[in-house]
Design a protein. Structure first.
Length: 101
């Protein structure tokens, strides 16, 4: 599953409010990044510019809604029967991260 993410991402430090940009590839596979101004470590999603973060989260929400619909249609189960475990399994399949990987 792929999301549309700009090549260069803009961040605002949660500690010093310094603004900086990094290539999206620079944060691939990472959860934390370090502010180049104050050396504070932070979660990259929390520091991401609000507009970009909002767009990424909207794409994630849309994908989750599609997955829930897919589960309900293919499995023939009612919405109240869709547990967190079922959703996690479906999302792993959608992201290409089955338990065997």
């Amino acid at each position: 599953m792929a999301f549309t993410i700009p090549e260069k991402l803009h961040f605002i430090c949660v500690h010093c409010a310094g603004e900086f940009a990094l290539r999206a590839r620079a944060i691939s596979g990472r959860e934390q990044l370090t502010c180049p101004f104050c050396s504070e470590q932070m979660n990259w999603l929390e520091a991401l510019d609000y507009g970009i973060r909002r767009e990424i989260l909207a794409q994630v929400k849309e994908k989750i809604v599609q997955l829930v619909w897919r589960v309900k249609q293919s499995e023939g189960i009612r919405e109240e029967e869709i547990s967190a475990e079922v959703l996690e399994r479906v999302m792993r399949q959608a992201f290409g991260q089955d338990e065997g990987e």
